[in-house]
Design a protein. Structure first.
Length: 72
């Protein structure tokens, strides 16, 4: 695993932890963030090298937030 991949994974894990906490305090917060980031990915589709990685990371983060909602 490259340093860049490790750093990206750590960044998504950190972002996900923050989103879980804020979503627990303010229902729907994470959904609003995901919608905004997904809109930005679509807007900047001229950079497909980044879009795929961001979409993959968001899918992982969204699944973690949904799991946190279900388990409380």
């Amino acid at each position: 695993m490259s340093d860049t991949t490790t750093e990206a994974t750590a960044a998504f894990a950190f972002m996900t932890a923050i989103l879980k906490e804020l979503d627990a305090r303010h229902a729907g917060f994470a959904d609003a963030v995901f919608e905004r980031v997904e809109a930005d990915i679509i807007l900047h589709e001229a950079i497909p090298a980044y879009a795929d990685h961001l979409a993959e990371g968001l899918s992982w983060a969204r699944a973690e937030v949904i799991k946190a909602r279900a388990t409380g």
